[in-house]
Write a protein that binds this ligand. Structure first.
Ligand code: PGA
Length: 252
């Protein structure tokens, strides 16, 4: 069972003022002039989403970094999945570790948020990852399998689900797991997805994230059961991000 095209997604986090839109226009031009072998997504801060979507870029999809567990109501400062879909977002990152740790989002909340994203027609990029303590205690697989199982909502279907494996200790640190370690985790996630969705579960993209850059992307993206990347720091500049996208010229 082959998975859909790989996805290289940029998570801009809380970076980017109005002028940063120029980087996305540049990225769209670079991807458009190339024969990109993967899909390309940028998740800018919510403040920029509307103006970027109005540009009708052909080669870069736009997503969001989070949504609320509810679709409407008295939730000051929050944004619903329906609002993001209404703006034109195709994907929503759910349960990023900076949300899980910084905002106390457990698997139950992540499950509800993913459910909202999917209910309103976007694809949920559900993030999972172990802490350094869990990694050093040899608990990585146990933690990841449990997070994947409990974070995927009951209304999820293959077409609106993506998993991103991001070890917390690899995010923004310049450290990455060994290729063997990534393969082991991704293969375990793939098994959970097949248990959950049947053989169609093998069509769900499993992204790797955490310090991906142009130098390590080829090794990581060539790894069995890795179908793309979730990139933070190296997605902020069009040239850097395009170098990661271009790795797919050499990956089957
Ligand atoms: P990084 O972030 O690429 O800067 O490590 C990845 C992420 O947090 O999604």
């Amino acid at each position: 069972m082959t998975r859909p095209k790989a996805l290289v997604a940029g998570n801009w986090k809380m970076n980017g003022l109005k002028g940063a839109v120029d980087e996305i226009i540049k990225l769209n031009d670079l991807v458009g002039r190339s024969d990109a072998k993967c899909d390309v997504l940028i998740c800018p801060p919510v403040t920029l989403i509307g103006s970027i979507i109005q540009l009708n870029l052909k080669h870069v999809s736009i997503g969001a970094q989070d949504c609320h567990v509810k679709s409407i109501g008295a939730h000051t400062g929050d944004v619903s999945a329906e609002m993001l879909k209404d703006l034109g977002c195709t994907h929503i990152i759910i349960g990023h570790s900076e949300r899980r740790v910084g905002h106390g989002e457990n698997n139950v909340i992540v499950n509800k948020k993913a459910s909202q994203a999917q209910k309103f027609g976007t694809t949920a990029i559900i993030c999972v990852g172990e802490t350094i303590d869990e990694y050093e205690a040899g608990k990585t697989l146990e933690v990841i399998v449990s997070q994947v199982k409990s974070s995927i909502p009951s209304n999820a279907i293959v077409e609106n689900t993506i998993i991103a494996y991001e070890p917390l200790w690899a995010i923004g640190s310049g450290k990455v797991p060994t290729v063997g370690g990534v393969e082991e985790v991704h293969t375990s996630i793939s098994k959970v997805l097949v248990e959950r969705f049947g053989s169609e579960g093998a069509k769900i993209n499993i992204l790797y994230g955490g310090s991906v850059n142009a130098s390590n992307a080829h090794a990581l993206m060539s790894t069995v059961n890795v179908n793309g990347a979730l990139v933070g720091g190296a997605s902020l500049k069009a040239d850097d991000f395009f170098n990661i996208i271009s790795v797919y010229d050499q990956v089957d």
